[in-house]
Write a protein that binds this ligand. Structure first.
Ligand SMILES: CCCC/C=C/CC(=O)SCCNC(=O)CCNC(=O)[C@H](O)C(C)(C)COP(=O)(O)OP(=O)(O)OC[C@H]1O[C@@H](n2cnc3c(N)ncnc32)[C@H](O)[C@@H]1OP(=O)(O)O
Length: 378
């Protein structure tokens, strides 16, 4: 969507034969649009696209794109919504709309450059280090709030398998930058060819199940160092962690209903056990975002630290804990968790099956489309 609607590269190729009396105004409006300094937002860009198509080609005359073809679906919807609006009216509306966007102060020939691609070539999105008896697995995609891509899920599974047999005593997850993680990368599902939707949902469900299984089966103490806001799957997984330390600037948010999705990470089982069904429902069904203090009061977080001393205090403690006898740490964890393992695997399987269905639902597709169009930049 971003590319198609990127401004000023608005792909409004004109059919010159379609222009009549207001051809000059229409042409001027097009040029004026290219000089806009300010992003008018996707809603306006879609309106401009639709009016342009209507003015040059008449009522929408192409087949409706599939639900997952987000870009073309949004454009088609906008054009189709104009119904049988006459070409001349559409042309006039287009000119008026451009004019309303173009205060004279903006009539500069300078065009704002497109946002630079923030992906650093060769950068690692998951960084694994081992030191002082601690294996640290860090989300390292700060420009995307540490959103987790498909390849990151696979890297984490691999890192957990390696950490389960390395020399470290404990394994710690944390995030680089201001976020712990914004959860699943919502664009994982947005560039799927229409004929591969079901297969993609199935593969994602298999991957998710394997990912969560790796946490259920992890044999050593698993610690989360929550440096900032946490969203979605990184929150639900906390029920499978042994210790959760949080900065007081961390928040905990599981907006599944808003996204047309459902809980994963075994939270449908662990959260009611941890905080009681009523509080779990508030988070998992209603999507209430918790502060670190609230999450601690509900038993999801072990302890909250002031941001100013968070890193120092937490790592000093963890280094000391990592000196404890490793076999004892592992055996104690086994005692606490082993009775639950079978149940957790069953819950995981069920949650993944349900989610696979949700990903194919119109509610979910609309939510993903909203995210992509909301976040698009000119
Ligand atoms: C195998 C599949 C498993 C599936 C299971 C998991 C379920 C979940 O995890 S559901 C939770 C999914 N996450 C979200 O709903 C969060 C979505 N993001 C946001 O709401 C906001 O970005 C956020 C509140 C996190 C931060 O807002 P801002 O502070 O305003 O920052 P920006 O929105 O400008 O974000 C910066 C940059 O990061 C991109 N981003 C952030 N989060 C995600 C994400 N989850 N997926 C993809 N991209 C994300 C955002 O688009 C911005 O990118 P640019 O526009 O290119 O700068």
């Amino acid at each position: 969507l971003l590319q198609v609607l990127r401004f000023p590269v608005v792909q409004l190729h004109m059919s010159r034969t379609a222009m009549r009396a207001s051809e000059k105004d229409f042409e001027n409006a097009r040029n004026q649009l290219k000089l806009l300094m300010k992003d008018p937002g996707n809603e306006v860009k879609l309106k401009l696209y639709a009016l342009y198509k209507q003015a040059t080609e008449g009522p929408c005359n192409t087949p409706k794109p599939s639900m997952l073809d987000f870009i073309n679906k949004a454009k088609w919807d906008a054009w189709n919504a104009l119904g049988s609006l006459p070409k001349e009216t559409a042309r006039q509306n287009y000119v008026d709309l451009v004019s309303s966007l173009s205060p004279s102060s903006e009539s500069s020939s300078q065009v704002k450059p497109a946002a630079a691609n923030e992906k650093q070539p060769g950068s690692e999105n998951i960084i694994v280090t081992s030191q002082d008896g601690i294996t640290k697995i860090m989300f390292n995609r700060p420009t995307k709030k540490n959103a987790i891509t498909t390849s990151m899920y696979k890297e984490i599974i691999h890192a957990l398998k390696a950490a389960s047999t390395d020399n470290s005593a404990i394994t710690v997850f944390t995030g680089n930058g201001d976020y712990y993680s914004s959860g699943n990368d919502l664009t994982n599902f947005t560039d799927v060819p229409p004929n591969s939707i079901e297969e993609t949902a199935k593969n994602a469900s298999i991957l998710l199940r394997e990912f969560v299984d790796a946490f259920i089966d992890f044999p050593k103490p698993l610690v989360a160092v929550i440096n900032g806001p946490a969203v979605g799957i990184v929150v639900t997984l906390l029920g499978l962690f042994d210790v959760v330390y949080a900065s007081d600037k961390a928040t905990f948010h599981t907006p599944f209903s808003e996204l047309g999705q459902s809980p994963e990470g075994c939270a449908s089982y662990t959260f009611p056990k941890i905080m009681g069904p009523a509080k779990a429902a508030e988070m998992l069904i209603l999507g209430k975002k918790l502060t670190a203090g609230e999450a601690c009061a509900r038993g999801l977080v072990t302890e909250v630290f002031p941001e100013s001393t968070f890193q120092k205090e937490v790592w000093t403690r963890l280094k000391a804990y990592a000196k404890l006898p490793t076999n004892s740490l592992r055996i104690s964890k086994e005692l606490i968790r082993s009775n639950e393992k079978e149940k957790l695997h069953a819950v995981n399987a069920e949650e993944c099956t349900v989610l696979q269905g949700r990903w194919l639902s119109e509610e979910c597709m609309n939510a993903l489309m909203n995210f992509v169009s909301r976040k698009s930049k000119l």
